[in-house]
Write a protein of this length. Structure first.
Ligand code: CA
Length: 229
């Protein structure tokens, strides 16, 4: 039995029902609020393992709830999955930049919801700039100690920027990163990025990855993520 506690902040009853039903069926302990301000109180009182947060909410909008959470030491590390309507890509970008972990666009399939929830909970303890010595995703292997990337066991030559970019994505599979986040993190690691256009670097990485190029996914209007598998 899975007893992770999840708070759902959403004002559309049908969506709350779909989310609650599916999460409860998987054994999660689900609590919900239909206003942003009430949701924030619930989150502070319950300190859940995960928050599923709608953006357009009465009382307080989702981005404000997320901001408040991230400035509160008690709940700042609680992961957040934003739930947005179609066409709210710019809000998703802001949400990810202020600390949300992932997002879902309505309408979503229960399967997609559960996959996101499981991935975020699994990553739960992993913090930014996590460095493990070896990351393997399908036929891609990244050796961070030797600065080596292999696809189907053949070495792939990447520039320093490309390597950091790929490593950043791969260190948190399934997590959506905005272009700005990727750029900041790569620059933050001390790499001199001559071309600040992330898309150009991603294109180069994909080309070099060949068969494994599909592991780096484009999220339209948002950014990139590494496949979670
Ligand atoms: Ca709403």
């Amino acid at each position: 039995m899975n007893r992770s506690k999840i708070v759902v902040v959403e004002d559309e009853p049908d969506i709350v029902e779909v989310i609650s039903y599916n999460l409860k069926r998987e054994g999660y302990n689900v609590l919900s609020a239909d206003r942003g301000d009430e949701g924030l109180n619930l989150i502070r009182n319950e300190a859940p393992d995960l928050v599923i947060l709608d953006l357009m909410l009465p009382g307080m909008d989702g981005l404000s709830v997320c901001r408040q959470m991230k400035s509160d030491p008690i709940v700042r590390d609680v992961p957040v999955i934003i739930v947005s309507a179609k066409g709210e890509e710019s809000d998703i970008v802001i949400g990810l930049e202020i600390g949300a972990d992932d997002y879902l666009t309505k309408p979503f399939a229960p399967r997609e919801l559960l996959a996101r929830v499981k991935a975020v909970l699994r990553r739960g303890g992993i913090k930014e700039h996590q460095t493990s010595e070896r990351i393997a995703i399908q036929n891609l292997v990244i050796d961070t100690v030797r600065h080596e990337v292999r696809v189907n066991d053949s070495p792939v030559e990447l520039t320093a920027t490309e390597f950091k970019l790929l490593h950043q994505l791969a260190s948190q599979p399934g997590r959506a990163f905005t272009r700005e986040q990727l750029l900041n993190r790569v620059v933050g690691l001390g790499v001199v990025v001559v071309d600040r256009n992330i898309d150009v670097h991603i294109r180069a990485v994909r080309k070099k990855l060949g068969e494994a190029s599909g592991l780096v996914q484009t999220i339209r209007g948002v950014g990139y993520r590494m496949i979670d598998a």
